[in-house]
Write a protein that binds this ligand. Structure first.
Ligand code: H2U
Ligand code: ZN
Length: 342
């Protein structure tokens, strides 16, 4: 049986970062889908929006006024999910009743003063400034003794819960490793112990050699649809050099990283002719005081769209109760994204 034979049948694929499996059902996709794409009208967005709470000089929900910022701008979230001062409590009266206090902070990062820009439409220097701001936030928050994990992310588009079109992201920092962080930390540790090599160093070079899931790559970075992708156009962005976090990256690494984010989001936006919604986030070494030499920085992109600007993939039913499932092969998704090249 050739590679292609098994890939044409229902099968499951293993996600070595999370330890989860994904069900792949390519036989359900025998209908053609070129031609079914409905182009939605591109919304016209002003450079400055007087009603935007993130634009320079405007007043936020809590009455504070943003400065007339020129580059990136960071402020503590006015409605933070985490607070720095919490009473340290453990509650575990029974094995099935467990709680602990969690402290931390949440910040909002405006990528640029321009209300109408997106990562894909920004110039290289502007995206590089965003990468530098992320690096700075990671270093600053990670240096705090109470912070074990710094989660940098961007919700883009109303369907992904973004509250505002102004290009911005969030940073949540907290005292324990959240679920995904804990899973990836253990998986990377186990992989090094078993194979004496870094999981993602090996994986990225293997993918570049195979080529079929690569969307964009240069000598420093790659964007690919992972073999185990759950979302239709899910992507993984990773440096080819073993860097644990943004502060391990030199100037050229950061330029390359900024460029790959632009390349990927440009392709996303071109795919269905609309600003592509997604949640993206950086996974970096925990900041719990351990060295974590096995950690390999990467960015996950989780976009919900499936077949057009208006047809999305729902993670319901079987996905909620059993495991993620997809019809479109990751190889086909990568091929479509590669085809959107500039
Ligand atoms: P999202 O678009 O990803 O929801 O991020 C916007 C964040 O901005 C959100 O967490 C915060 C919300 O709490 N926010 C403020 O801090 N101040 C405001 O004036 C409105 C929104
Ligand atoms: Zn704005």
């Amino acid at each position: 049986m050739s590679d292609r034979d098994w890939a044409a049948q229902p099968h499951r694929r293993f996600n070595p970062l999370s330890g989860d499996w994904v069900l792949v059902s390519p036989h359900r996709l025998d209908r053609p889908w070129e031609g079914q794409v409905e182009a939605a009208a591109a919304p016209s967005v002003p450079r400055y929006d007087p009603s935007c709470y993130l634009c320079p000089g405007n007043v936020r929900a809590n009455g504070e006024r943003n400065p007339a910022y020129q580059g990136t701008y960071v402020f503590t979230n006015d409605f933070p999910a985490l607070l720095p001062q919490t009473i340290q409590l453990e509650f575990s009266p029974a094995p099935y009743l467990r709680a602990q206090s969690e402290s931390g902070t949440a910040r909002v990062l405006c990528f640029t003063p321009r209300h109408d820009l997106t990562i894909g439409a920004m110039d290289a220097a502007t995206v590089r400034r965003v990468v530098d701001a992320w690096a700075q936030q990671y270093a600053e928050l990670g240096a705090m003794t109470a912070i074990a994990w710094v989660q940098i992310f961007e919700n883009r588009g109303a369907t992904m819960g973004a509250s505002n079109a102004h290009p911005h992201g969030q940073i949540w920092a907290e005292s324990h490793l959240p679920n995904e962080a804990a899973k990836e930390t253990h998986a990377q540790q186990d992989y090094v112990r078993t194979h004496s090599a870094c999981l993602l160093c090996s994986y990225v070079e293997d993918e570049i050699e195979r080529g079929e899931r690569v969307v964009y790559a240069d000598d420093r970075v790659a964007a690919l649809v992972p073999f185990w992708a759950a979302w239709p156009f899910e992507a993984l962005v990773l440096p080819r050099r073993h860097v644990r976090s943004l502060d391990d990256m030199d100037d050229a690494d950061r330029d390359a990283f900024a460029e790959v984010l632009r390349e990927l989001t440009r392709r996303y936006d071109a795919l269905f002719g609309v600003p592509f919604p997604y949640t993206m986030g950086l996974h970096q070494r925990p900041t719990d005081g351990e060295a974590h030499p096995q950690w390999h920085l990467h960015a996950h992109y989780y976009p919900p769209l499936l077949r057009s600007a208006t047809i999305r993939k729902f993670m319901v039913g079987y996905e909620m109760l059993a495991q993620p499932q997809r019809d479109l092969l990751p190889e086909a998704a990568a091929n479509r994204l590669r085809g959107q090249g500039a």
